[in-house]
Design a protein. Structure first.
Length: 82
C-alpha cells in the first residue's frame, strides 16, 4: 500500500477551481480508486504563506498524516501538487 501511496504523490493532481489564492487554504479530500477495487480516502492540506503554497497529504484509512508534498503550483484555475 505504501508503494501505491508514494506513487500517487508523483501523479499530477488537478483541481478545476475558480478561486483566489487564499481560498485554497484548507483540507481537500477525495477517494483514490485502486485497480483491485480498494478505495482510499486521501486528504490534501493546503496552506498559502508568504506568497507560496505548500501541502501535506493524509491517508486516514491507513492512519497516516502529514506526508510532505513537493511543489504546489497554481496557474489560472488549476492547482497541481507533485
Amino acid at each position: 500500500m505504501k508503494t501505491i501511496l508514494y506513487s500517487f504523490l508523483i501523479v499530477l493532481i488537478t483541481l478545476n477551481l475558480n478561486a483566489q489564492e487564499n481560498d485554497l487554504n484548507g483540507s481537500w479530500s477525495g477517494k483514490l480508486k485502486l485497480p483491485n477495487g480498494i478505495q482510499l480516502t486521501i486528504v490534501f492540506n493546503i496552506q498559502f504563506s508568504d506568497g507560496i503554497y505548500s501541502a501535506t497529504l493524509d491517508s486516514p484509512d491507513q492512519g497516516v498524516k502529514g506526508i510532505p508534498c513537493g511543489e504546489v503550483k497554481v496557474i489560472n484555475d488549476s492547482i497541481s501538487i507533485h
